[in-house]
Design a protein around this ligand. Structure first.
Ligand SMILES: [Zn+2]
Length: 149
């Protein structure tokens, strides 16, 4: 039987292994309270929000490692840095695509490393992705300029 205690030990161990994996690839992982989990390619730095459960921190790190793996791919720039204009609909949808792929890359990495994921991985992934979708598809009314006055 998996007790809550041994479960938390497992997340802690997996989190440690994921940090070690990042280090082997030349990345630093920092845990910060109230920080939004993110990747900083310029400084090879992954930031993880530390006031979350160990499982949540581990899953966010798995996702950020998905980004790390994507950055190292030869075709990364061609695929994801080809649009200018941060807030055009096209560039937002492209970023959404990148986010989806980072979740998939992370999941594949976890499988390869033998890291255990439970159903909360899908819960977290879906919640994050729905936020990206809302952000990406929020548009100004295209005919607004005709509606003035
Ligand atoms: Zn992401």
């Amino acid at each position: 039987m998996i007790t809550k205690q041994s479960n938390s030990k497992m997340w802690k161990e997996q989190l440690g292994e994921a940090v070690a994996y990042a280090k082997r690839r030349g990345w630093t992982v920092e845990f910060r309270k109230n920080a939004e989990s993110s990747v900083d390619a310029k400084h090879s730095l992954v930031l993880i929000q530390s006031n979350r459960t160990l499982r949540n921190q581990f899953y966010m790190l798995v996702h950020e490692l998905g980004h790390v793996l994507m950055f190292s791919k030869r075709d990364y720039a061609d695929n994801f840095l080809r649009l200018n204009g941060k807030y055009s609909l096209q560039s937002k949808v492209l970023l959404l695509e990148e986010e989806l792929l980072a979740w998939r890359e992370g999941e594949n990495l976890a499988k390869k490393q033998g890291w255990k994921l439970d159903n909360h991985f899908e819960v977290l992934k879906s919640s994050m992705i729905s936020s990206y979708c809302l952000w990406a598809t929020h548009r100004k009314h295209p005919y607004k300029r005709f509606m003035r006055g």
